[in-house]
Design a protein around this ligand. Structure first.
Ligand code: NAD
Length: 332
């Protein structure tokens, strides 16, 4: 199946070429993101391979369908960037990689917590400059603190296991209880409001849906403990960034660690060193000493990227052979 591969980075090619060593798939790599402007590149390709910030709204899907696209193979878990109902109406099948390494994202989540708490990024710079003062580097014991996990699916459960190892108390909110979290890890499922008011650290692992959009807003922040730590490695729009900035300015939020940002499409995954940052909200976030931002790299481990490549190509093969699609994204 001729596949137009958007948002290609050099590391994608390495892992996809390895997974396609037998040449079974005809892949055309494009560096550009998939947008209304660039979709023409996919002309003649019955499959489009897309990533987290490629746009697959109704207008893009209509144009792709007219060009002959039959399959959209997402090489990620989240599908909030796809209008699944429109795709279904147009006869375009959507597949994704539902799980590749929950460990990768959970471990990065904990990396953000530890970095913010123990200020290792400041310490590293200081030591390199010959400054061995400890002023400002005071952290807190994670042991005994209450961690609130919103979304106890694959990544939430992995994060819970790590935090249990730290000796934290674990509370959770999810629409559906995970029996492993409840019975094996002894997690306490509470209401969202109880989680906000009881947790010292809040970490988000639920999908971005209309009901979870701006889950962390002014009201939610008002219910939280002073000096709370908030971590988001899920999707940017779970947090109302302007509300978070107000929370940081008032001192209510003591630490904010994010791997995702609600307007990340035009910022992340590119070297913008010599460009003027035009997003004033993002620019403000970067000025806080207690904010740590990484550019959507939580998934980025060798194991995860290899698994993404293998599963994506398996999904395409299954479609070509008319097999049952285990990883299909279906309309509600
Ligand atoms: P999952 O489907 O295994 O778990 C998601 C959990 O969220 C489920 O338990 C579900 O019941 C719960 N949920 C659904 N609606 C909810 C709601 N309204 N409130 C609370 N919980 C709700 O998914 P996963 O593999 O654990 O991934 C979680 C999210 O992580 C994905 O949606 C994706 O956006 C994000 N992600 C980020 C990266 C990254 O690199 N930063 C990589 C992979 C996934």
């Amino acid at each position: 199946m001729k596949t137009a591969f958007f948002s290609t980075k050099p590391y994608d090619r390495v892992y996809f070429d390895a997974a396609n060593a037998d040449g079974a798939h005809e892949i055309i790599y494009f560096e550009t993101r998939l947008t209304r402007v660039t979709l023409k590149l996919a002309e003649g390709c019955s499959c489009v391979c897309a990533f987290v910030n490629d746009s697959l709204d109704a207008s893009v899907l209509i144009a792709l369908a007219k060009q002959g696209t039959k399959l959209v193979a997402l090489r990620c878990a989240g599908f909030n960037n796809v209008d699944v109902n429109s795709a279904t109406d147009l006869g375009i099948t959507i597949v994704r990689v539902p799980a590749y390494s929950p460990y990768a994202v959970a471990e990065h989540t904990v990396a953000l917590m530890l970095t913010l708490n123990r200020k290792t990024y400041w310490a590293h710079s200081r030591v390199r400059e010959g400054n061995f003062s400890l002023d400002g580097l005071l952290g807190f014991d994670m042991h005994g603190k209450t961690v609130g996990i919103i979304g106890t699916g694959k990544i939430g459960e992995c994060t819970a296991r790590i935090m249990q190892g730290f000796g934290c108390r674990l509370i959770a909110y999810d629409k559906y209880r995970n029996p492993v979290c409840e019975n094996e890890l002894g997690m306490d499922y509470v209401s969202q409001d109880q989680l906000f008011s009881r947790a010292d650290i809040i970490t988000l692992h639920c999908p971005l849906l209309s009901e979870t959009h701006h889950l962390i807003n002014h009201d939610a922040i008002a219910k939280m403990k002073r000096d709370v730590m908030i971590i988001n490695t899920s999707r940017g729009a779970l947090i109302d960034t302007k509300a978070a900035i107000d929370g940081l300015k008032s001192g209510k939020i003591g630490y904010l660690g994010i791997d995702v940002y609600e307007e990340e499409e035009d910022i992340f995954f590119e070297d913008k060193t010599f460009e003027i940052l035009t997003d004033d909200v993002f620019a403000r976030l970067t000025t806080f000493p207690n904010v740590m931002i990484t550019g959507h790299q939580a998934y980025f481990t060798r194991e995860a990227v290899a698994r993404i490549a293998e599963t994506t190509l398996e999904n395409i093969t299954a479609y070509e052979k008319g097999k049952e699609l285990a990883n299909q994204v279906k309309a509600d």
